[in-house]
Design a protein around this ligand. Structure first.
Ligand code: PLP
Length: 407
């Protein structure tokens, strides 16, 4: 049984068209990691990223100094946003910017959305959405006197179109859900849920943090109004890398986000008396964007573009499918339960395994160089990033877990 699983990992690795990309990731001297299974929380750095940062500091920042802003930095949030739009989220140019953090962008876009739907006083969300999404909407509801309508989602699956259809109506201004649920990995039906929101006259916003760079996203084709996501998970941007915001082209002129800063002004350097929003996606920006933290994105988008999101998704499903088989054969005998969708059409890029007391295994796993992620209650998340993870690595990681369970 075990021999069979090992032979499968060897065969899958040998046939993997993306295997070449693994060598492009940085493994510093003394790298003690046996299996990195947390690509859904923090991606690994590329070798190219280290070189780009060094060059940027020496030549662009050190050499050009303030001239860098007019050389190109002023345009980075838009240019990189457009590139991310094209490579990762199916967005034509002029709709995506890189800025702030996901949390801040949720605030900015959700505030703008409810203002764009006057007379409607409800926001629909679900109980299993990521905490920051829920907390920000609670704040907006308190600030604007709105009502939150909570959909109770099953944390082992996720949001279903039927649940949304039941609650949206002429009072709904906005719905906000995650494309891939951070706990279960459930892949929501974005086009269908968006259509249901539109039929009720509401705007639909999607959080793409757990899908961008792992699952194909087609924002334009799916007619999504607004979206946000982070770049430090499957996009390997590094801790605290800025987020992205997408707003559909025909919505942009009527959208007023609440943090009216000088960098989103029509003419930043005129330093005029009153705020006038820039035309187009620049109006989504507030203050000076984190240029230094955008440097890695260049290398990461190069890699994703060259690999192709379709191939990434194919490997992702093979990786999680293989991990599912290991869970069934090696872990189920120890009462480990898989609480993620088995159906590949509804499965995102990670799997969650559950067993009471898993929390106690986290330290021994880390000590053994196996790094998954833990989510309360009792959930061990296995997030094998397709560009940096081999099938052998998944086997090694989960077999260490099995040997700890045996003890
Ligand atoms: C990781 C994640 C976030 C993180 O937001 P930050 O502002 O970067 O801390 C938000 N939403 C979801 C669904 C996430 O997975």
């Amino acid at each position: 049984m075990t021999d069979d699983l090992i032979a499968r990992a060897t065969a899958l690795d040998a046939a993997d068209p993306l295997a070449v990309y693994r060598e492009q990731f940085l493994a510093p001297d003394g790298f003690d990691v046996v299996a990195y299974l947390d690509g859904n929380s923090l991606g690994r750095p590329l070798k190219a990223t280290a070189a780009l940062m060094e060059t940027f500091i020496r030549e662009s920042w050190g050499g050009r100094l303030i001239r860098g802003w007019t050389d190109e930095w002023m345009e980075w949030p838009l240019r990189l946003g457009d590139r991310l739009g094209r490579v990762a989220i199916g967005a034509a140019g002029g709709q995506t910017v890189i800025a702030d953090s996901t949390t801040v962008l949720i605030y900015k876009l959700a505030r703008a959305a409810v203002a764009a739907r006057p007379g409607r006083d409800r926001i629909v969300l679900d109980t299993d959405n990521f905490p920051t999404d829920r907390y920000v909407l609670e704040g907006i509801a308190a600030e604007r006197g709105l009502e939150l309508v909570w959909i109770e989602t099953d944390p082992d699956t996720g949001i279903h179109p039927g649940q949304v259809a039941e609650v949206v109506d002429e009072r709904t201004a906005l719905v906000l859900f995650s494309h891939v649920a951070y706990r279960s990995g459930w892949l929501a039906d974005v086009p269908e849920i968006t259509r249901i929101a539109h039929d009720a006259g509401a705007l639909a916003m999607w959080d793409l943090c757990h899908s961008v760079g792992s699952v194909p996203v087609e924002l334009d084709r799916w007619d999504v109004d607004l979206a946000v996501g982070c770049t430090y998970k499957y996009l390997n941007g590094g801790p605290g890398a800025p987020a992205f915001a997408y707003a559909k082209k025909d919505l942009l002129p009527g959208l007023r986000q609440p943090i009216q800063g000088w960098m989103g002004h029509r003419a930043s350097f005129e330093m005029g008396p009153g705020y006038e929003p820039a035309e187009g996606s620049r109006a989504l920006i507030s203050g000076t964007p984190p240029i230094l933290a955008m440097v890695p994105l260049h290398a990461n988008l190069d890699m994703l573009e060259s690999a192709g999101i379709g191939a990434v998704r194919e490997k992702s499903l093979l990786l999680t499918g293989y991990a599912l088989d290991i869970a069934d054969e090696l872990l189920a005998p120890f009462d480990v339960e898989v609480v993620s969708p088995r159906d590949p059409r509804r499965r995102g890029g990670h799997l969650t395994l559950r067993k009471p007391g898993f929390e106690k295994l986290l330290d021994p796993l880390w000590d053994a160089g196996v790094i998954p992620d833990y989510r309360r209650p009792d959930g061990l998340r296995i997030g094998p990033a397709p560009l940096s993870t081999s099938f052998g690595e998944v086997y090694r990681g989960l077999s260490v877990l099995r040997s700890l369970l045996e003890k």
